[in-house]
Design a protein around this ligand. Structure first.
Ligand code: GUN
Length: 297
């Protein structure tokens, strides 16, 4: 039976460390880190994520700003808001929740964020730094996966790692981080011919597919490490809400074969939030050492 990778516990440790550091800044009369979270439109899942991010900010003592904009916001309006936040000295991190409405070009918005305030690690400068192995902001979910594996002292060097999913937010940066850890990395996606065979050959499996319980326990190699990034709502009439959150992996069968496995919920989700806070604190330190906006340099 697999040992659980307890993202809730590790996340609480990281958040507590951030809280203590923030309290020390406050006590010495310094400004505290500030995070702006921008939500455009009414996507229900995004609203839940944004609400959690705001609450986490408040709990560690950060200054928190939430901008809720209508789904009709134009691209130029949003660019103007981002520019204001770039120049706002109380704000050290800017997070524009994805996905954006179809009429807005996400790349244009991401590129407009000051890379030093890009706490998501989505800006091309930060993505480029990640590829080059240079210090920059690492996107929160893949960064959270690596942090959790490190805390459980899971050896990645020389291991065969499989990342399932190739999104810019998760799959691609995840693969790069695993290469940095000296794993041998394969990326699988919707056109992969034989996913089952790929999974059976892998020591580390990171699933970011978005299909409830698609990965079956019998596909998992005995002793493999399973990281489930999926967050899928399914119907469950036995619960009060009539829905339940499950991952991309069939947890009950996979835990019989894996050596370590993340639960859903309570695995990677809380780690993402912890990394966001940690990235914001890091951005604060960078900015307070060189406060001039990049555009003015
Ligand atoms: N949408 C889903 N995950 C994320 C994330 O980590 N950051 C942002 N900005 N949007 C997301």
């Amino acid at each position: 039976m697999a040992q659980l990778l307890d993202g809730l516990r590790v996340s609480a440790e990281i958040r507590e460390a951030v809280r203590v550091e923030t309290a020390a800044l406050s006590a010495s009369g310094k400004p505290v880190p500030g995070l702006a979270v921008v939500l455009v439109g009414e996507d229900p899942a995004s609203r839940v994520y944004v609400g959690r991010k705001k609450k986490a900010c408040q709990e560690v003592g950060f200054h928190s700003l939430e901008l809720k904009l209508s789904a009709e916001t134009t691209q130029s309006d949003l660019l103007a808001r981002v520019s204001e936040l770039n120049h706002d000295s109380h704000i050290h991190g800017i997070l524009v929740q994805m996905p954006l409405p179809a009429h807005i070009d996400e790349h244009k918005i991401i590129e407009a964020i000051d890379p030093r305030k890009d706490v998501d690690g989505f800006h091309p400068i930060n993505v480029g730094k990640l590829l080059q192995g240079v210090d920059g902001t690492i996107s929160c979910t893949p960064g959270g996966v690596i942090e959790l594996l490190h805390r459980y002292r899971i050896e990645l060097k020389g291991k065969k790692a499989l990342v399932i999913g190739r999104s810019n937010i998760v799959g691609k940066p995840m693969a790069v981080l695993l290469i940095r850890e000296n794993a041998t990395v394969t990326i699988a996606h919707s056109h992969t011919k034989n996913l089952e065979a790929e999974i059976k050959a892998s020591d580390i499996i990171v699933a970011a597919i978005g299909k409830p319980r698609m990965i079956r326990g019998e596909w998992i190699k005995q002793g493999a490490v399973v990281v489930d990034i999926g967050m899928n709502q399914i119907e469950d009439l036995t619960t009060e809400k009539k829905t339940r959150l499950v991952g991309d992996v069939d947890f009950e069968t996979a835990r019989e074969r894996a050596s370590f496995i993340t639960p859903v919920p309570g695995g990677i989700g809380p780690m993402t939030i912890a990394m966001l806070l940690s990235n914001t604190l890091k951005a604060y330190k960078t900015l307070t050492n060189s406060p001039t906006p990049l555009s003015a340099l």
